[in-house]
Structures are given as C-alpha cells and as structure tokens.
Design a protein around this ligand. Structure first.
Ligand SMILES: [Zn+2]
Length: 85
C-alpha cells in the first residue's frame, strides 16, 4: 500500500459531498469529480467515512476503493515513525 500516492490522489466521501485528502478542500461532488477544483490533483482512489461502500463503488467504478480505517492506521504509523527517526 503506497500511502503517499493514496494521500495525494484520494477523495474522501462523507454523507453528502467529498473532500480532497491532499488540500482538505470540502464540498466536492464525489459522483462526478475527476480532480480537485482547489489543488487540481487527479483522483485515483476513493474512501468512505460513512461505510457505504457499495454505493460508492457503483458510482465510481473508475476509482480504486480504499478502506479508510486501514489507510488511517498505516498513515499514522508512518507519521509516528517519521517523528522518531
Ligand atoms: Zn485538493
């Protein structure tokens, strides 16, 4: 799992709209957005805060679905490691 690549190209879907993992832009239309309107990053991955995985996969078969819990766990481990190295 390349978390840096995921971090830079991840669209996180909330209950209504999505947000960009890279610049934290909010209110992105997750059913159509191919890139972030704020930082211009191209979305390759998608994750859900609400756990509605099926709905998201049906909506965006062009994106790779990421388990947000796994991703957050790995990401914080890496950040902790960087802190102490
Ligand atoms: Zn962005």
């Amino acid at each position: 799992m390349d978390t840096q690549d995921i971090f830079e190209h991840l669209l996180v879907v909330g209950s209504v709209t999505g947000d960009c993992s890279k610049c934290r832009e909010l209110g992105i239309d997750c059913s159509v957005a191919k890139s972030c309107p704020q930082c211009g990053t191209e979305f390759k991955y998608i994750a859900s805060r609400t756990g509605e995985i099926k709905k998201i996969i049906n909506k965006r078969p062009d994106l790779i679905f990421i388990d947000l819990n796994d991703y957050t766990k790995i990401r914080s481990k890496i950040q902790a490691k960087n802190l102490f190295s």
